[in-house]
Design a protein around this ligand. Structure first.
Ligand code: FES
Ligand SMILES: [Fe+2]
Length: 430
């Protein structure tokens, strides 16, 4: 079920006036920067999202500002500015901005400072500091009275800091191929066969995934997207079920590897048409995460690592390691294996010439939801997901477990199933 070139452009492109970028800008809070990167009076951070540049900073009083990157005077970068006295002070001529984007000083202008400054401001965007992430609402022309979209209060957002970890890295490919991968259950036991075995050890439920590579998928619509169960038959007749959620427009919430393990939340935000930022949140609702490879990383803005090479050397793939049994030759991290796949798909994955199979139902649903949202936006229709009445982000709790033969996966899910269901087998995807 390939899609047309027009649909692929609509799905993937976000720059300038592309409908997808405009739809996201208007309707969603975008993860912008890990909270820990912004220190009071610390260095401002340049952020690029949807093809435009912004600057984020934490003022002296701890509040966060997200502004257009360029100073309104003569367009020097505010990422170079001094951050002091509750303002960002441009290096070039010392114009100063508060977190609301107001110019509060223009010292190279003679005359009435107050009168001059009160007409000036740089575009400022609503920011929220929650769940270890600074999020921004990037709608253009917003004022203090504008109504922001509902905040995606996913299950990790209000946990204590020691029960979650946040890392991210910029990856030089389009964002949609990464969002698709987060919902692609059938790659996990293949691409990540060695990674999961190395991290899981013996007896972990994750290993069960490698024993049945063709999961049967069952879907259920949710107001924020959908959830699905990936069902794998085990040799003894029991069924290993993994129930995962897709939350528009980019969150994949992946069930824990076992009863005590962390839930993973993968999301890939569009930096521009050919670059995305891959985010990895791990959380445990019951206890502190402790030392994990994610919680211990010293650089939350650049982790996990990209593949260590370029296309000319197959992105640094280690064939010697493969001869010794490693599944991919990318031992750096599970994320590195995914990034190698995205890079090999090309800067913008061409979906006009694919041969999909029964395992691709969840990927197809991601595309359909995103395409419909962009089409509706272009047609001036209201956005279905963030305006849904029953939007309960906290219910997006992914779970896994082994069921007896004939057992129902919904028994694993601890939220009511009040909505009409759209259950189907993955045959639809063929
Ligand atoms: S360019 Fe920023 S103060 Fe002049
Ligand atoms: Fe993966």
């Amino acid at each position: 079920m390939p899609i047309s070139q027009h649909e692929n452009d609509l799905l993937t492109r976000v720059e300038h006036d592309a409908p997808m970028g405009a739809m996201i800008r208007q309707n969603y809070w975008i993860p912008a920067v890990p909270s820990s990167l912004l220190l009071a009076d610390g260095a401002p951070v340049r952020i690029r999202l949807l093809g435009q540049n912004y600057v984020a900073f934490r003022a002296t009083d701890g509040s966060v500002g997200v502004l257009d990157e360029q100073c309104v005077h003569r367009k020097a970068s505010l990422a170079l500015a001094k951050n002091e006295n509750n303002s960002l002070r441009c290096l070039f001529h010392a114009w100063a901005y508060n977190t609301q984007g107001e110019v509060i000083a223009a010292p190279n202008h003679t005359g009435d400072q107050g009168e001059f400054c009160k007409k000036l401001r740089v575009n400022r965007y609503r920011a929220a500091d929650r769940g270890g992430i600074v999020w921004a609402w990037l709608a253009k022309g917003q004022t203090a009275d504008s109504v922001a979209p509902p905040f995606p209060a996913l299950p990790f957002v209000d946990l204590p800091a020691d029960q979650r970890s946040v890392t991210s890295v910029e990856v030089p490919t389009n964002w949609v191929q990464a969002v698709e991968a987060s919902m692609d259950s059938s790659h996990v036991g293949v691409l990540h066969e060695s990674t999961t075995q190395i991290t899981a050890g013996g007896g972990n439920e994750r290993l069960l995934m490698t024993k049945a590579l063709a999961p049967k998928l069952e879907f259920e619509d949710r107001p924020f997207g959908y959830r699905y169960a990936a069902l794998r038959g085990l040799p003894d007749g029991q069924v290993y079920a993994r129930v995962n959620h897709f939350v528009m427009p980019w969150f994949g919430i992946i069930c824990p590897p076992d009863a005590n393990g962390p839930t993973s939340v993968f999301f890939s935000t569009p930096v521009d048409d050919v670059t995305h930022r891959a985010w990895f949140v791990h959380y445990n609702p019951n206890h502190a995460l402790g030392m994990t490879i994610m919680s211990a990383t010293p650089d939350v803005w650049n982790f996990p690592p990209l593949p260590p090479g370029t296309a000319s050397n197959n992105w640094g793939q280690n064939r010697d390691l493969m001869k010794r049994g490693h599944a991919t030759g990318f031992p750096q991290h599970l994320g590195t294996e995914d990034f190698a796949m995205f890079l090999s798909q090309g800067p913008i994955h061409d979906r006009t010439d694919e041969q999909l199979c029964t395992a691709d139902g969840a990927v197809i649903r991601v595309r359909r939801l995103l395409l419909k949202a962009a089409q509706d936006f272009a047609a001036g229709k209201p956005h279905a997901h963030t305006q849904a009445k029953d939007l309960d982000y906290a219910s997006a709790q992914s779970v896994g477990g082994v069921l007896p033969a004939g057992g129902q996966w919904r028994a694993l899910v601890n939220v009511p199933t009040a909505l009409p269901t759209a259950t189907q087998s993955a045959k639809e995807a063929a």
